[in-house]
Ligand binder design. Structure first.
Ligand SMILES: C[S@@+](CC[C@H](N)C(=O)[O-])C[C@H]1O[C@@H](n2cnc3c(N)ncnc32)[C@H](O)[C@@H]1O
Length: 278
C-alpha cells in the first residue's frame, strides 16, 4: 500500500546522490542480503521481543519491511522514504516522506523504529534532531535501532585510497559525514534522545571473493556505487567526462578488487539501539 503525505516545511533540495534505477534497486537488495547473512539471517539486533508496530525510516526497496512483516505476522509495518519502492506490497504500508521533516506520526506510535544506512541522506548537523524524532514516535518500552558503516574499508591500498578520496570529495560538497562521526556518535545520539539501555555491536563484513558469498555481494555493491556515480563524478569535475572517465573507473575498480583480495579488506558496521523509558 502506498500513501503520499502532505509536504512539510520547506527543506533545502535533497542532496542524496545515488540514482533510483533498476541497477540501484538490485544493489540495495544485494547489500540487504549480504548484511542479513552477516547478522545471522535476520534484519535486527536489538532485543525487540514481538513488536506489533514497526517503522522503517529510509525503507529503500522495501525488502526489510516485507521480511519483518513475515517475521512478525501480527505486526503493522510502515516504511517511509523519499522514493517509493518499485513495486507496491500488501505486506506493509509505504509513506512518501522526507526524513528531514517532522515524522508524520503521533508520539509513541511504534514498538520498534529501525533506520539503516542513511549516512548519505542526512547532513551531519541534522542527525541529533532526526534521532530525536525517531525516539519521539517510539512507544515507552519500545526500541530504536540504527545501523551505519565506517566510511572507509579496513585496508587502504593505493587504488582503494584514490577511489575513496573521490567519494569523500563528493560527500564534502554535499555536507555529509566525512570522517566517521555518524558511525561514532550513534550511541550518544540515542542517549541524548532520552533512550536508556543504549548498546552497540560492531561487526566486520568481507569484501571480495576471499570472503565467500557475502564478500562477493559486498564487492558488487561497491562496484555498482562507483559505476552509478560516474556521471556525478564527472559533473563535479572529479573524473574526465564520457569514455575516458569510465575507463579510469574500470581500471581503478580492477585494482581495488585486487587490493581487497590480497589484504582481506572488510567493511565495518555499527548497530546501536536504545529503549524508550517506561
Ligand atoms: C542507502 S539507501 C538504504 C535503504 C535501506 N535502509 C537499506 O538498508 O537498504 C538510502 C535510502 O535513503 C533514502 N533517502 C535519501 N534521502 C532521504 C530523505 N531525505 N528522506 C527519506 N529518505 C531518503 C533513499 O531514497 C534510499 O532509499
Amino acid at each position: 500500500m502506498i500513501w503520499a503525505m502532505r509536504k512539510g516545511a520547506a527543506q533545502p533540495p535533497l542532496n542524496y546522490w545515488l540514482p533510483r534505477g533498476d541497477r540501484e534497486v538490485d544493489r540495495l537488495n544485494v547489500q540487504y542480503w549480504a548484511l542479513n547473512m552477516q547478522m545471522g539471517n535476520r534484519g535486527y539486533i536489538a532485543p525487540i521481543g514481538t513488536p506489533s508496530t514497526i517503522l522503517d525510516v529510509g525503507s529503500g526497496t522495501g525488502q526489510w519491511c516485507g521480511d519483518m512483516a513475515e517475521a512478525f505476522p501480527g505486526a503493522r509495518v510502515i516504511g517511509i522514504d523519499v522514493e517509493p519502492p518499485r513495486e507496491a506490497s500488501d505486506k506493509y504500508t509505504f509513506i512518501k516522506h522526507d526524513v528531514r521533516d517532522r515524522l508524520p506520526f503521533e508520539d509513541g506510535m511504534f514498538d520498534y523504529v529501525h533506520q539503516r544506512l542513511l549516512v548519505a541522506a542526512i547532513q551531519l548537523e541534522q542527525w541529533p534532531s532526526e534521532v530525536g524524532e525517531l525516539a519521539r514516535v517510539t512507544k515507552p518500552g519500545g526500541y530504536v535501532e540504527l545501523l551505519e558503516t565506517w566510511p572507509r574499508p579496513s585496508h587502504d591500498g593505493p587504488a582503494t585510497h584514490e577511489m575513496w578520496a573521490l567519494i569523500r570529495k563528493l560527500e564534502k560538497r554535499m555536507g555529509h559525514d566525512l570522517g566517521g562521526a555518524v558511525f561514532e556518535q550513534l550511541p550518544s545520539w540515542l542517549a541524548a534522545a532520552g533512550l536508556e539501555q543504549v548498546a552497540e555491536q560492531v561487526f566486520a563484513a568481507p569484501i571480495g571473493s576471499w570472503g565467500g558469498r557475502i564478500g562477493e555481494m559486498l564487492w558488487r555493491d561497491i562496484e555498482d556505487v562507483y559505476i552509478q556515480l560516474a556521471p556525478v563524478f564527472s559533473k563535479k569535475f572529479l573524473i574526465p567526462p564520457g569514455a575516458e572517465g569510465q575507463a579510469y573507473l574500470h581500471e581503478k575498480l580492477g585494482l581495488m578488487l585486487q587490493e581487497y583480495e590480497e589484504t582481506h579488506g572488510t567493511f565495518t558496521f555499527k548497530c546501536a539501539w536504545g529503549r524508550k523509558p517506561g
